[in-house]
Design a protein around this ligand. Structure first.
Ligand code: TXA
Ligand code: MG
Length: 317
């Protein structure tokens, strides 16, 4: 059921049940991070492998002590600069953090989400919320309550409706080696903004053999429809002209004498707006029974890096 009744959501979470919550990035599938049975339900619903740890969501930066220990100075700088916001920090975990949350790792991923309804919810709870994105493992993340409902319908008792997600891409994940920041996952916070606060950040996102963050797994964030990324979309369209094709692009691509369905993410080429619209457009295209989705590469700057990363993971088999 889709609801805006915060009290109902609080009662449900206190009974160790799982609910979907809005965040500024994507919707999450949330449960009491301190209760093993809640966390187990999240894994079951999402059909997520147990080796893939969850992000713990806290109400305010001051609560970081509840989940993490020996916080590096650069982590504190980033928390001060960007929380609440789309940044997840991977830190040494406190003993009481459940192994099921961290998949047995000695580190925990944590963030303060920036959504008014979910911040209010977290403030009223006496426990943090463990929450992965509210999609079945490997598929496109949801950026609206309707997306979550389409994935889980009656298997999920409650979806807290906070409207469409403002950022529309998952949080950026940063870990540390001593005090040295490492990028584990591109996300809604552009890497150049992070570097303004802590200097150069090493990119450590390609590690399929032993993924540090399984968001690194090659095939992830994937539509069911075959999707290709192309440097020359017009040529690709001609090659596949006998197929039913959808085109997803930053701005409109003028096509003479080819009639196809186009999703345009930002008429004036704004990458922030494109990021916000990306997953909803992919969800729509994926429901059209197309033979193929063609996507031109995005500019490799700012959030364009995150968008290209997600698209690359959406196409790999
Ligand atoms: O924006 C977001 O981050 C959303 C919203 C709901 O907060 N959540 C999200 O969760 O994207 P999920 O589970 O889909 O992705 C979490 C990522 C995974 O790639 C996981 O491997 C990584 O965080 N992660 C969690 N704990 C980790 C740890 N201890 N070390 C390294 N990576 C970790
Ligand atoms: Mg996810």
């Amino acid at each position: 059921m889709i609801t805006t009744d915060l009290n109902l959501v609080i009662e449900t979470l206190k009974k160790d049940d799982v609910v979907a919550i809005p965040t500024e990035t994507v919707y999450g599938l949330a449960g009491n991070a301190f209760k093993d049975s809640s966390v187990e339900k999240i894994f079951q619903l999402k059909e997520r492998p147990a080796f893939n740890p969850l992000i713990v969501h806290i109400a305010k930066p001051e609560l970081l002590d509840q989940v993490a220990t020996s916080i590096p100075p650069n982590a504190q700088l980033l928390a001060d600069a960007f929380w609440p916001g789309p940044l997840t920090l991977v830190l040494d975990k406190k003993d009481q953090i459940l192994d099921r949350v961290t998949a047995g790792k000695s580190t925990v991923a944590v963030r303060v989400p920036n959504h008014p309804l979910t911040l209010k919810l977290l403030q009223e709870l006496e426990f943090p919320l463990a929450a992965p994105s509210a999609n079945p493992f490997g598929s496109i993340s949801p950026t609206s309550a309707a997306h979550v409902d389409a994935y889980f319908n009656e298997r999920l008792s409650l979806i807290l409706d906070g409207g469409p997600c403002r950022n529309g891409l998952e949080s950026t994940i940063i870990g540390f080696e001593d005090n040295r920041p490492l990028l584990y996952r591109h996300g809604a916070l552009a890497i150049n903004d992070i570097e303004k606060v802590v200097g150069k950040v090493e990119i450590n996102t390609k590690n399929d053999q032993s993924p540090i963050a399984p968001g690194m797994l090659s095939r992830h964030y994937a539509p069911k429809t075959s999707t290709i990324l192309s440097k020359n979309p017009v040529e690709a369209l001609e090659t596949f002209s006998n197929k039913k094709i959808g085109l997803l692009s930053l701005q409109k691509i003028e096509l003479s004498n080819i009639e196809i369905y186009q999703e345009i993410l930002s008429t004036d080429g704004n990458l922030k707006e494109a990021a916000k619209n990306l997953y909803a457009a992919l969800h729509r295209l994926d429901q059209m029974n197309l033979d193929l989705i063609i996507v031109p590469y995005f500019p490799d700057t700012g959030l364009g890096k995150t968008i290209n990363d997600r698209l690359q993971r959406a196409i790999q088999k």
